[in-house]
Design a binder for this molecule. Structure first.
Ligand code: ATP
Ligand code: MG
Length: 564
């Protein structure tokens, strides 16, 4: 077991105890604060979801399941500038793929604009909100600082009637963008700056993708979000740590609006991946500059990209579980995600032979024109996957680096005079090679031992190397893509000139790969272990009939150890 694996096993054992959110929920249920658990995932439709969002989705959905409660998918589309329906569709597809079932509880926050408006009116009537004439810059000035209290807004002395009339006029479109806002009346001297009369509504003459031109005032996030939760009957509103300082405002909103069963906000630490860019901002840049092939480019860690690359929902779930839920900011190792997909595919994926960088091997003593079918088990660790027959003939392809004319010490693969096992086939003794005028090896030659069929030693003699192969005549051609991180966050996202610091080796495309014929039936998203190489998935976008394209999901732990 590697260090990483040990760590993972240890943390999995510790993890049996309940996380802090479950402890809060248990207490709430025991004390009768709530009699049910209702969670939600509230994405803003302004980009594709990434691995961090997967954590939030699986956490919220998992809690609803565990406590026999409900889970909502709610688009937080209160901001009219950025939302796009492309993002709504992609988010739905991603949440569904992860297995989080919102059933009939799909909501859009923009459908609550009427209720939010009424809520603002209610606050005005209670004397808890007022219309301000200050500009954004003045509001910032008046707000004070961590060491100085804020100053009262001149608008705060307005009467309820005046505020109601002005707010109505804001809604009616009588004011320019930025000329008036509605502020909550809380405490300009609060040590928490979020509580210093926060803006709750602003004027913005913008069309909204759902409500069109009905509104020219829009609610601010901190006001809208608790209302959305309360309307839907959410009990535990789980968000990330940056909202911790906003919680008093969340509580203030649900209290002042007198909801009978107010939801409560709980924060946990965001999931970050070491050396991997997750932020929407960077990914958007990569997409817009055409550096990657869309939001689902397999080098990204958007959920769509992970799916396209070949990750399974189970592997992501396992990864998120191993990361655990906590309040401490930390970064998970990408190697852990790789561990999870290897573990998941180890028994699920058939193991087949694929030559990524082929060179021909000619078996000189094998009968000309003959092909025989050799039986091969699809996955020695999972009998259910059955077996197949693989054609063997005089001309094969092997990996170029499985032959060396002048090998270093401890090289046990093909070199003149050495005998190796062709996996599941025969012992073959290398006799030499043919080179072109540039000295490049174009053919390797050898002789086989007919008594060693199946790769078994006929007389107890041993070979140290086992290599894989495909039949030259019957192999299928394919393109295979190998990936590395596109941006290493640790090495810096930007260069000195402000451009993105890209890894030039993030994509390697191999176009001459040769695969055993069983691959011809492969479909988009099918996953395989290429023996001795790693796990690969059929690319859903670029594969066409007769033109297979594979993405490497992950390499094997150490690439030249025979999978047992
Ligand atoms: P980003 O800026 O990384 O794209 P975001 O917070 O702007 O993320 P939202 O659509 O607002 O994206 O987030 C939807 C939900 O996902 C929120 O509840 C948010 O807290 C949660 N979330 C976002 N990023 C992460 C993360 N890295 N780890 C865990 N949860 C996250
Ligand atoms: Mg956001």
């Amino acid at each position: 077991m590697s260090e990483l694996e040990k760590e993972i096993v240890d943390s999995a054992e510790v993890k049996e105890s309940k996380n802090f959110i479950e402890q809060i929920i248990d207490k709430d249920l025991a004390e009768g604060v709530y009699d049910t658990v209702h969670t939600r995932f509230p994405p803003e439709p302004n980009g594709y979801l990434h691995i961090g969002h997967a954590k939030s989705i699986l956490l919220n959905y998992g809690l609803a399941q565990k406590y026999n409660g409900k889970f909502n998918l709610r688009f937080d589309d209160t901001n009219p500038t950025k939302e796009k329906s492309e993002f709504v569709e992609s988010i739905k597809a991603d949440v569904k793929w992860l297995g989080a079932d919102w059933e009939d509880r799909l909501f859009f926050a923009s459908n609550y604009f009427d209720q939010m408006y009424e809520a603002a009116v209610k606050l005005i009537k209670k004397g808890k909100a007022y219309v301000s004439d200050l500009s954004a810059e003045q509001i910032r000035e008046y707000r004070g600082s961590l060491t100085e209290p804020g100053k009262e807004d001149p608008g705060s002395v307005r009467s309820v009637e005046e505020n109601l009339a002005l707010f109505e006029d804001m809604k009616a479109g009588r004011y320019e963008d930025g000329s008036k806002v509605l502020r909550a009346r809380i405490d300009m001297a609060s040590p928490n700056i979020n509580m210093r009369d926060p803006v709750i509504y602003r004027v913005a003459h913008m069309s909204h993708q759902n409500t069109g031109d009905k509104w020219c005032i829009y609610p601010m996030y901190d006001f809208a979000h608790p209302i959305e939760d309360a309307i839907e009957g959410v009990t535990h509103s789980i968000c990330t740590l940056e909202f911790e300082d906003h919680r008093p405002l969340y509580d203030w909103v649900v209290r002042e609006l007198e909801y009978p069963h107010p939801p409560k906000q709980i924060e946990f630490a965001k999931l970050y991946l070491t050396n991997v860019v997750t932020g929407k901002r960077y990914i958007k840049k990569l997409v817009e500059q055409g550096i990657v092939d869309g939001w689902d480019d397999p080098r990204l860690v958007s959920i769509a990209a992970l799916r396209r690359r070949g990750f399974t929902p189970e592997s992501i779930k396992k990864f998120v579980e191993l990361c655990g839920i906590s309040k401490a900011q930390s970064s998970a190792d990408y190697a852990m995600l790789e561990y999870c997909i290897r573990e998941d595919l180890k028994t699920k994926a058939p193991r087949m032979m694929a030559i990524l960088d082929p060179v021909k091997l000619v078996i000189d003593n094998y009968p000309e024109g003959q092909t025989e079918m050799l039986p091969v088990v699809n996955n020695p660790e999972n009998e259910e996957l059955g077996s197949r027959e693989v054609p063997f003939g005089k001309e094969l392809y092997i990996e170029r680096d499985d032959f060396m004319e002048e090998p270093p010490k401890k090289y046990f693969r093909m070199f003149p005079g050495n005998e190796v096992r062709l996996m599941n086939a025969y012992f073959v003794k290398c006799t030499g090679c043919v080179k072109d005028e540039n000295g490049k090896v174009v053919e390797v030659h050898g002789t086989y031992d007919p008594e060693s069929r199946g790769g078994n030693s006929p007389d107890g003699r041993k070979v140290k190397g086992t290599i894989h192969w495909v039949s030259a005549a019957e192999s299928v051609k394919a393109q295979v893509r190998l990936y590395e991180n596109i941006i290493d966050e640790e090495k810096g996202v930007y260069n000195e000139d402000g451009s993105l610091n890209l890894n030039p080796n993030s994509l390697t495309t191999l176009t001459e790969c040769r695969l055993e014929p069983a691959f011809a039936k492969a479909q988009a998203y099918d996953r395989f272990q290429f023996v001795r190489q790693g796990f690969f998935c059929v690319d859903c976008k670029d594969t066409k009939p007769g033109e297979l394209v594979f993405n490497r999901i992950v390499s094997l732990k150490s690439s030249y150890v025979l999978p047992k």
